[in-house]
Design a protein around this ligand. Structure first.
Ligand code: 0RA
Length: 644
């Protein structure tokens, strides 16, 4: 490893080294070599161009995903990466930038750069992990071109004719040796990120070209209304009216005392809180200290308004959660040296930012409330309503949990066939559609560790419902009682009675519908169970294929045909049976294929993008249910667990 120290003036010390360490340990630089990993390469290149816009040198960024789905071009009309020869290296600056690792570099004075955490690893990391990279620079009236492969220059920097204007174009293909042969950029993910950026940096033109689509698509995003416009869009997508109806969304903006931030917020009739936060234009899906500042500011400003206007309700105490219920907010902060944390670096960690955000937002919010009394009063009324609803549902569930306290088993639903074990680490709950399937599941289960809860009645669509209403639906109530962990303000994951919960439904549209409703319920009301990986979708087979003495199980038609092709080998004639529903399977068949941990197949439900999942669940209600189910499975359940 070539490590070379070079001293510049003062504290401006950099350690420059070659790119071999990046190829040896890619995960150290980009977090991993899965799909998130190569998308990070793109975010890095993209953010370099967006930085030119943020700092006032460019107006437009264009991203093109090429037909192969894995090479991508990012173009900006900024200053162009410098091309002059650096005396120390005897190479053009662009080549030094792209072929050496930069560590501990200084920030360009007064400029916000996206550096920190996974971002800001530098274009050289992208170059190191690209099978091929081509940079084209328009500068000094000329077009300059250079090509690279796996971090090494494969040509010198050449002038390729005259050029008008200035700018940088980077085309690269992540290296399949690093990321695997299946790598493909997720066009929708990229598009969404570009659209969000166009709102965050108002006035910036973002062009998105997708050559993998037929016909090729090209969209231009430009939003002069910035995050105020973004808030309007998010609210309308979430389909929950503003409180008060028709109230104008609000927009705060400040560059005082070194803090630069923009926030837009409004209250809606939704029962959850929805914040989208960004640091230097990068989404912080896991929140962090800037979000804490926003939350604190909102709660304190509203409390202050309530107190000074004598609006304190009688007989109910307002909690911070009541105040924030239904709030939708966009928060865009700029931090000079951001520190990120978390596996996907989605959380801001700088402790000073909380007070900075609070310090800017709280007075601004108080002023807005005081200047808009009719809005403020409607918001306060909504908050008091939320508090009363919460108290009412708590009173109801306390009545239940008092009984539970006597013996948690006494309160279990009558139709639950519980397991003998009381150890959640060993216990599993199967929520089964229909009585007949429930019957074979009860016979086929391992009664020491597997409990069966058959569902009979209708499952409520929890998307629209408050916790209050959810707890009055019999089927959902039974699930909550069986799980033992409570719901809403009584939720306590340490009381969960089963370490794994399986949804076992027929592979038809009714089954999909019920699974969708249950997933929505878990997502909206018991999300920690999904987050801890406890929720699974059982995968019962649709076909049984007997060939000679062997029995095979097929999940779908394609699976069945593959088995016949590979196993029947001409001589033995396969005997095929299709199960119309779980009820048609014998207890033994169900045990062998779906219940027994040694053989069964299941999908674990995960949330890899909370905003996208949220949007999907919001969007898809009311549309074709089987499409909806597929969507949720494809997006939310990307981890496919094979229990062996
Ligand atoms: C270093 C110095 C200057 C510009 C850039 C880098 C630059 C980098 C990228 C990456 C994508 N697009 C870019 N545009 C510019 C400043 C050069 C000067 O002072 O003119």
């Amino acid at each position: 490893m070539a490590t070379k120290k070079e001293s510049y003036t003062g504290a401006d010390i950099q350690v420059l080294e070659g790119l071999e360490p990046v190829r040896k340990r890619p995960a150290m630089y980009i977090g991993g070599t899965d799909s998130t990993g190569y998308h990070h390469l793109l975010w890095e290149i993209l953010d370099n161009s967006v930085d030119e816009v943020i700092n006032g040198f460019a107006t437009t960024v264009e991203v093109t995903l090429h037909k192969d789905g894995r090479s991508i071009t990012v173009v900006d009309n900024g200053r162009g990466i410098p091309v002059d020869i650096m005396p120390k290296h005897k190479k053009p600056a662009v080549e030094v930038i792209l072929t050496t690792l930069h560590a501990g570099g200084k920030f360009e004075q007064g400029n916000y750069i996206h550096s920190g955490g996974l971002h800001g690893v530098g274009s050289s990391v992208v170059n190191a992990l690209a099978r091929k990279l081509v940079v084209e620079i328009k500068r000094d009236g000329k077009k300059h071109v250079q090509t690279y492969g796996r971090g090494k220059a494969t040509s010198t920097l050449k002038v390729d004719g005259p050029a008008r204007g200035t700018g940088t174009s980077v085309t690269f293909e992540p290296d399949p040796e690093i990321f695997g042969e299946k790598l493909k950029f997720d066009a929708e993910l990229v598009r969404e990120r570009l659209e969000a950026k166009s709102y965050l940096h108002k006035g910036m033109t973002v062009i998105w070209k997708d050559e993998t689509a037929t016909p090729h698509t090209s969209v231009t995003y430009k939003h002069d209304g910035g995050i105020a416009e973004y808030l309007t869009k998010v609210v309308s997508e979430r389909n929950k009216p503003l409180v008060p109806a028709g109230s104008a969304t609000t927009f705060y903006h400040s560059r005082d005392n070194g803090v630069r931030l923009e926030a837009a917020l409004a209250w809606t009739e939704a029962t959850d809180e929805h914040i989208r936060s960004y640091v230097n234009g990068i989404p912080t899906n896991l929140g962090g200290t800037h979000e804490a500042g926003l939350r604190g500011a909102v709660v304190k400003a509203v409390r202050n308004y309530i107190e000074t206007h004598d609006l304190t309700p009688k007989g109910v105490t307002l909690t911070a959660e009541d105040i924030r219920e239904g709030m939708v907010a966009i928060l865009s902060t700029y931090v000079v040296e951001p520190q990120f944390q978390g596996q996907t670096k989605g959380r801001l960690n700088n402790p000073e930012v909380t007070a900075q955000v609070d310090g800017v937002l709280r007075p601004a919010l108080e002023k807005w409330l005081n200047d808009n009394k009719s809005i403020a009063e409607a918001v306060v009324a909504r908050i008091i309503l939320a508090a009363r609803a919460r108290e009412a549902s708590r009173a109801a569930s306390q009545a239940v949990s008092r009984k539970t306290a006597v013996s948690h088993r006494l309160n279990l639903p009558g139709k639950l066939a519980d397991c003998a074990s009381t150890d959640p680490g060993l216990s599993e709950l199967f929520i089964v559609e229909g009585d007949s399937a429930g019957g074979s599941a009860k016979q086929g289960r391992d009664r020491r560790t597997q409990a069966i809860l058959p569902l009979r009645g209708k499952v409520l669509n929890a998307e629209q419902a408050s916790t209050d209403k959810v707890t009055t639906n019999k089927e959902l109530q039974d699930i909550v009682s069986a799980l033992g962990c409570g719901i809403g303000s009584d939720f306590d994951i340490s009381k969960l009675r089963y370490g794994r919960v399986f949804l076992l439904m027929d592979a038809d549209s009714d089954g999909h519908h019920i699974a969708t409703l249950l997933l929505t319920f878990f997502y909206r009301h018991l999300r920690p169970l999904i987050e801890k990986g406890a929720i699974h979708i059982a995968q019962p087979p649709l076909y049984r294929v007997d060939i000679g003495k062997e029995t095979y199980w097929a999940l779908d038609e394609a699976d069945r045909d593959r088995i016949i092709r590979e196993k029947a080998k001409g001589n033995a004639k396969p005997n095929i049976m299709r199960f119309k529903g779980l009820g048609e399977m014998t207890a033994d068949e169900l045990k062998e294929t779906t219940l027994d941990p040694k053989n069964r197949l299941s999908l674990r439900v995960t949330i890899d993008n909370p905003i996208e999942t949220d949007r999907l669940i919001n969007d898809l209600m009311g549309k074709d249910v089987s499409a909806r189910f597929k969507f949720i499975m494809e997006r939310a359940g990307e981890v496919q667990d094979l229990d062996v």
